[in-house]
Each structure stands twice: as C-alpha cells, then as structure tokens.
Design a protein around this ligand. Structure first.
Ligand SMILES: *C/C=C(C)/C=C/C=C(C)/C=C/C1=C(C)CCCC1(C)C
Length: 246
C-alpha cells in the first residue's frame, strides 16, 4: 500500500542519510524565503539600490525554481542534476556580475566592466560543464577544470586588483565596504565550487570526495552561502548608504 501510494504521488521517500536530498529540500525553502525578503524590502530604498536588491531577489528566485527541479530530479532519477545545475549557474552568476557593476555605477563604472565579468563567468561555467558532463574520461575533467579555473582567477583579479577595485576606492563609504565584502565572497565563497567539482569528477584530485562530502552537498552549501549571502551584502550596503545620507 505504501509503495503503491509512493508510485502514484509525486512525493518520494527520503532516507535519513540522504544529505543530497536534504540539502536540495532545505535549499528550496531558503531560496524562496530569501526571494520573499528581497522582493518585499526593495521598496524601502531609493532607485539605485532598489534595482540592486531586485536583482538579489531574482538571483535567489531563479535558484529556488531550479532547486525544486533538482530536488525532484534527485529524488526520482537518483543522479546529479548536472544540466539544471549549470543552467541555474549560467543565469545567476552573470547576474552577480551585474551586481558588481550596479554597485560601482555611482563611481562611473562602464558597461564594459560588466561585460568583461559576464564573459569570463560564462567561459568559467561552459568549460566547467564540459569537464563535468561532456569530456568525462581521461584527463578531460582536469583540463577543462583548469580552463574554468583560469576564467575564475581572471574574475578574482579584475575585482580585487583591476578596474573594479579602483572604482570602488573612488566611491568610498558603503560602496567600498560592500565591494570588499563581495570580493571575499568571490575569493572564498566561490572557491567552494571547484572543491565540489574535484569531489565529483575523476582525476588525481578526487580524494576530496573521500573527505565525506558529496559533490552536490558541496554545491548546495556553496549556493546557499553565495546567493543568499551575496544578496544580504547588497541589502546591508543599501541600509548603510541610506544612513550615510540621513
Ligand atoms: C550561484 C552560483 C554560483 C556563485 C556558482 C559559482 C560557480 C563557480 C565559481 C564554479 C567554478 C568552477 C571552477 C572554478 C573550476 C571547476 C568547474 C567549476 C565550474 C565548478
């Protein structure tokens, strides 16, 4: 009877040690809650910050929809939802690059800065997908992972030392503080993803997977920290900037 009910309902059982399923489930709720928070609070701020907080909400909302898909995919198919994962990232990571640009616009950031970061992020993700889903044998994952890592380092360089940094320093105050915090997110928070990749693709580095963490669990923790945390930094900057003016 229980089996019969399981087979006709859309709800699958979840084993108590299914950490992947659990983190997908919690991820759905966290991304939804964060979206509600950003959408409802954005109207407390002036135009400039409203747009930035709107984008924070769109990022977590896109992630929430993907998490519902990925949770179901994992429950029904029992495999990593690599395709949906990368579609999610390809939509949300460029939007994070837009956030950098919007924050620095007061200091005169040009759209070219935004497009540079977006292009690098797309290269990082397309090459990562190649190593994780297409060229999965031999040295494939290592080589494509290396390409992806180079694009990642370019982003880190640009925001920490390149044109973005100079603009942030020119702006000062809440903008500089937010930029610095987001830089740390990209350096430390985004570095969680290559660890997940190492745990989940074959190669000399896959010992990471034996430390007890599964690739999807690592990715899910990374997403919660980076998508929700990133948005909260923007929100905090909006609050600080309002206080500076008052
Ligand atoms: C919300 C999603 C975010 C912030 C995703 C970020 C993803 C990365 C920084 C992924 C980076 C990768 C490498 C640097 C090398 C290995 C392949 C990737 C794609 C996992």
């Amino acid at each position: 009877m229980v089996n019969f009910l399981n087979s006709i309902s859309l709800v699958s059982k979840m084993a108590t040690d299914d950490y992947v399923g659990f983190t997908f489930f919690v991820g759905c709720m966290a991304m939804m809650a964060a979206s509600a928070f950003f959408f409802f609070t954005m109207n407390d701020f002036d135009r400039k910050w409203k747009t930035s907080i709107l984008i924070s909400g769109i990022i977590t909302f896109i992630a929430a929809v993907h998490y519902f898909y990925m949770r179901d995919y994992w429950a029904v198919v029992g495999e990593s939802p690599t395709f949906f994962r990368y579609v999610d990232w390809t939509l949300t990571v460029p939007l994070m690059c837009v956030e950098f640009y919007l924050i620095l616009k007061v200091a005169g950031a040009k759209p070219s800065l935004m497009w540079k970061l977006i292009l690098a992020s797309v290269i990082m993700l397309v090459t990562g997908y190649a190593g994780e889903a297409i060229y999965t044998t031999g040295s494939g994952p290592a080589v494509w992972g290396l390409f992806s890592g180079l694009a990642y380092f370019y982003i880190v360089y640009e925001i920490w030392f390149g044109g973005a940094k100079k603009l942030a320093e020119a702006a000062g105050g809440a903008v500089l503080k937010a930029h610095k915090t987001l830089c740390w997110f990209v350096l430390v928070g985004w570095a969680i993803y290559p660890l997940g990749y190492m745990a989940g693709t074959p190669g000399w580095y896959d010992a990471v997977g034996t430390w007890g963490l599964n690739m999807d669990v690592i990715y899910n923790i990374g997403d919660a920290i980076n998508k929700i945390g990133f948005g909260l930094v923007v929100y905090a900057a909006a609050v600080a900037s309002r206080a500076e003016k008052a």
